[in-house]
Design a protein around this ligand. Structure first.
Ligand SMILES: [Zn+2]
Length: 564
């Protein structure tokens, strides 16, 4: 008994060692029924950290109270500070699993399932593992994960939505960046020679509030750099040194590295173009610092001096990785034919395999699969509830953060007013006053930028919320209108793979999550529902088969496939 007590207070490692010695295995099994030891699990990501500095402690306090109310002893508070929930590389989480495996805990409490994981696959894995080890999972703001079908559905919905939320947010960020590029602005800090500034036109739209102006000190030096290099009399290293002597420096006031300088000479931004991520605008709003003839001449010289091959991005085929040949079990490849007017997907097998599938036809057939999908009303309601509660939480944070920035700005404005008074009372000389004013202005500008970013994020949040709701209500429309990137996400959300032969989809393998949603009837296929009464019951029991091998063999949407 004494021996057990002492190991009970240590952690996973010691208990594993203790158990393997075999001296009190019986004790452990006997005692386990009565032990009520638990840990608290908290996590904040880097993004959230800035906004909710206190939330780690708040999380810990709430969880501790919940566990104690349930009669548990809290052994430890596991904290993952500044860690994303989208993977499992977290010390706190690993320790939680180790403790569970060692039989050291009987429960874990977290404020919400999304603290433990934001990835659907990971969260299913963690949930299953803890349940197998008889570790209860309690949440402060959510129903307990007790393995019952009701909590399973809740977990599932939340896991799916957390993941979808992450995906859509990143898509939205990209969309905003693209809109900015299309409007002629760079969505980030401009290269040397330019500066960010507020648009003097106060009625400018959201995308045009920040503009890019030429840096009066460095812009002429950039133009000169191109002019000098175009003479062919300089190499990159010498010119970089020379321009530094003339005053061309990076933002830290230091000499640019040679590789940076080399990149500068290739940067089409100086031509008045924007190339950002995959977005291009050849007619941007900022003033060019070099004309096209000089720029092109510079490129020719660079190319003859260095043999840098310019690799072009390959065309991304939408269905790449999703379409398989059922005979050769190989992934289809795709290529353009007839001078790039038509593209085909086909089996890569050497001896040939059926006919090629024309790209648009096959992509259309697969898009049609989305037409048949519909979420249940119950699921839609759950999503709306989840999305709005997340949005309200985000708005609370937004309001708080914005107010604190406004307060900071007011403080700086007061500082400036005091300096003005001192200047007028001759307490401060002109140089000192100008120094203070420049510093204050810089700080205010900085705060304004932060408020601006915050407002953008806020706009994004409501857009994401509305998009998630639109997605649950009309899956096909969302897919149909999505850009290729989001289309691939949505494809991967529902399907593992399609088997295609002679241009016909003969089998489709749903993802695990899609299978679960089907099993739980959170999503249904309209055809399947119509046909269900006509079909015999044995078909239906196939749906609830738990072995993935069995499920994979069921052509879930076969009725529809044969219609294609
Ligand atoms: Zn084949």
């Amino acid at each position: 008994m004494l021996a057990w007590k002492s190991c009970q207070n240590d952690f996973a490692h010691d208990i594993v060692r203790f158990r393997s010695s075999g001296s009190c295995d019986n004790n452990i099994n006997m005692e386990q029924q009565e032990n009520k030891d638990a840990v608290v699990y908290c996590r904040v990501s880097t993004d959230e950290q800035a906004e909710r500095g206190l939330s780690m402690d708040v999380q810990a306090k709430d969880c501790r109270a919940k566990l104690e109310a349930e009669g548990y002893t809290v052994l430890e508070v596991l904290r993952d500070d500044g860690k994303t929930g989208s993977n499992m590389r977290r010390d706190g989480l690993q320790k939680l699993l180790a403790l569970a495996e060692a039989g050291a805990i009987q429960a874990v409490c977290s404020v919400h399932s999304d603290r433990i994981s934001r990835s659907m696959v990971d969260s299913a894995y963690i949930r299953e593992k803890l349940q197998k080890l008889s570790v209860r999972i309690l949440y402060v703001n959510q129903q307990e994960s007790d393995g019952s079908s009701a909590s399973f559905v809740t977990d599932n919905v939340l896991a799916v939505m957390s993941q979808y939320h992450l995906v859509v947010t990143s898509e939205k960020v990209k969309a905003t960046q693209r809109a900015k590029v299309e409007a002629g602005y760079l969505p980030s800090v401009p290269p040397v020679g330019y500066l960010n500034a507020d648009n003097p036109d106060k009625n400018a739209d959201r995308l045009s509030r920040k503009i890019i102006i030429t840096d009066p000190e460095r812009a002429p030096l950039i133009s000169e750099t191109f002019r000098l290099y175009a003479t062919g009399n300089y190499n990159v290293v010498d010119l970089c040194d020379l321009m530094y002597k003339k005053g061309l420096m990076n933002r830290n006031g230091k000499q640019m590295s040679y590789s940076r300088f080399y990149d500068l000479l290739k940067n089409r931004f100086y031509l008045g173009e924007i190339h950002y991520a995959n977005y291009v605008n050849k007619n941007a709003k900022h003033e060019p610092l070099v004309d096209e003839a000089v720029f092109n001449h510079v490129q020719t010289i660079l190319q003859t001096k260095n043999n840098h091959a310019c690799r072009k991005r390959k065309h991304q085929f939408l269905l790449r990785g999703f379409v398989y040949c059922p005979i050769h079990r190989k992934r289809y490849t795709a290529e353009w034919h007839l001078g790039k007017t038509k593209a085909y997907y086909h089996c890569p097998n050497r001896s040939g395999c059926g006919k090629y599938s024309e790209m648009t036809a096959l992509e259309g057939a697969i898009a049609d699969k989305f037409k048949d999908l519909q979420f249940s009303d119950e699921f839609i309601q759950a999503v709306i509830k989840k999305v709005s509660s997340e949005f309200y939480e985000q708005r609370r944070i937004y309001n708080g953060r914005k107010q604190s920035l406004i307060n900071k700005r007011t403080a700086f404005e007061k500082q400036l007013a005091i300096a003005e008074d001192k200047l007028l009372n001759n307490v401060l000389d002109d140089a000192a006053f100008k120094g203070i004013r420049a510093r204050v202005r810089e700080n205010i500008e900085n705060i304004n930028q932060q408020i601006h970013d915050l407002e953008n994020t806020h706009d994004l949040n409501i857009d994401v919320a509305s998009e998630v709701m639109a997605f649950t209500q009309d899956i096909y429309k969302t897919y149909d209108e999505a850009d290729p990137e989001l289309k691939r996400h949505l494809l991967g959300f529902f399907w593992e793979r399609f088997e295609v032969h002679e241009g016909v989809i003969i089998n489709s393998t749903p993802t695990l999550i899609f299978q679960e949603l089907l099993k739980l009837e959170r999503i249904y296929t309209k055809n399947a529902r119509k046909n269900q009464n006509a079909k015999n019951r044995s078909k239906r029991s196939d749906f609830s088969a738990t072995s993935p091998e069995v499920i994979n063999k069921i052509p879930l949407l076969r009725g529809q496939d044969s219609n294609l």
